[in-house]
Design a binder for this molecule. Structure first.
Ligand code: ARG
Length: 270
């Protein structure tokens, strides 16, 4: 059995769509966010993690920070070292402090990007797999952050360019299945980046745009169980055929902000 994981999450108590920083967000949607429903979906996710033996810790949500539920964006944590975030959108910048407070209280030092123009949105754009970190750019995290991440962790960083505005974070287009392999949607990447992924992961699971737009690739795998949106039916089938166990968790309410399962989950790797 693969090792149990430690996850950090944040309840969507103050979740809403008040501003638009990706094409999913429509503040004037006639069907606005149902915050209670979002909380219920989030609770089901937490329950699913705990039912599979994983440790889930929570950071307190802050009123006025509606996107704080997307814990993945707060940092990348590897070997007990924390690389904190600097968000692109001014509306999300204050989230960094709230998460930093949690990390400090939990006994971690937090490294922050040195240059004030560097943008880095944590595991949203930084995916550890196969002894390296895959790093997205194009919409949020800037390429200079990729260099800094490599320098900080001493782990090779592979830069990938995202090109589809609906799949604006790397974790909306790709996830790590286990220590070695990934699932991704090739059309979300520039031609060169697609070629890099093909060389690095010849046995990857390739998903369709439809599955990606159902946030199927915004999944969390513990190496065996894959917590995944049930709407990504093609991907769910492929996972089963490869011997993974899909655990369906619905996050339709969070999708109104352009988020899903993985966005809500920051892994603490020690
Ligand atoms: N509304 C948020 C934003 O646009 C969603 C973040 C989703 N997070 C993720 N890890 N992809 O920043």
């Amino acid at each position: 059995m693969p090792p149990l994981r430690r996850y950090l999450v944040c309840e969507p108590r103050f979740f809403e769509v008040r501003y638009a920083i990706n094409p999913w967000m429509r503040p004037d949607d006639p069907e606005p966010v149902d915050t209670e429903r979002a909380c219920r979906q989030w609770e089901a996710l937490v329950r699913a993690y705990r039912d599979h033996g994983h440790t889930v810790e929570t950071v307190d949500p802050v009123p006025g920070l509606p996107d704080m539920v997307f814990a993945a964006n707060a940092a990348l944590v590897l070997d007990g070292k924390v690389f904190g975030s600097r968000f692109r959108a001014p509306q999300r910048r204050p989230e960094s402090d709230a998460y930093q407070t949690w990390f400090k209280a939990a006994g971690f030092d937090v490294h922050l990007p040195q240059d004030p123009t560097t943008v880095v949105e944590g595991e949203g754009d930084l995916v550890p797999v196969g002894g390296m970190v895959l790093a997205g750019s194009g919409f949020r995290t800037t390429p200079d952050a990729h260099h800094e991440v490599q320098e900080f962790f001493g782990v090779p960083v592979v830069s990938l360019r995202l090109t589809d505005p609906y799949l604006y974070h790397l974790d909306t287009a790709l996830f790590a299945l286990d220590e070695e392999n990934v699932a991704y949607y090739p059309g979300a990447f520039s031609p060169g980046s697609r070629e890099v992924l093909r060389r690095l992961f010849p046995d990857a699971i390739l998903a369709t745009r439809e599955d990606a737009l159902s946030f199927g690739l915004n999944a969390v795998s513990d190496g065996r169980h894959v917590f995944v949106d049930p709407g990504a039916t093609g991907l769910v089938d492929q996972l089963s055929r490869r011997g993974f166990v899909p655990v369906p968790v619905e996050t339709s309410e969070l999708r109104k902000s352009g988020g899903g399962i993985k966005c809500c989950t920051l892994e603490i790797r020690s």
